[in-house]
Write a new protein. Structure first.
Length: 136
């Protein structure tokens, strides 16, 4: 499984301990026997991690994917986690689109370079300000 998913066996065991992966069956000798579903869960966890989800958030979403019992509070929290991540990504997309538009307008016209620099600086400062506001 580690070789197929290109993560360490330690990571796979850690994901099992966190409950992100279902516990695999074992051979009579105690060796873990992973199924195709285990690969799905590892790759899903890695994809969520790349999107910026924390391990706790991945665990919460994993509970849903593994069809484990969840309280109403946990279900709402899972929905909120995904919604918040989507909102953050949508904001980043809007910022990147604005940045692209400023760069394109500068490229296509003889716009004042100083004005373009000020606009880019303002955009990037807004991004940094929002990022620091999101930090606990």
């Amino acid at each position: 499984m580690a070789e197929i998913t290109r993560v360490s066996s330690r990571t796979i065991r850690y994901y099992e301990d966190l409950g992100i992966l279902p516990e695999p069956e074992r051979s009579p000798g105690g060796t873990r026997k992973y199924t195709h579903d285990h690969r799905f869960y590892v790759e899903g966890a890695l994809a969520l991690k790349e999107l910026g989800f924390s391990l706790d958030e991945i665990k919460l979403i994993g509970q849903f994917a593994l069809e484990r019992p969840m309280t109403e509070t946990e279900r709402h929290r899972a929905i909120d986690v995904v919604h918040d991540k989507m909102s953050g990504l949508e904001h980043k997309i809007r910022v990147l689109e604005h940045l692209r538009d400023v760069l394109r307008s500068r490229e296509k016209t003889d716009a004042d370079p100083e004005q373009a620099r000020r606009e880019l600086t303002r955009i990037l400062q807004d991004v940094r300000r929002e990022a620091s506001a999101d930090q606990p």
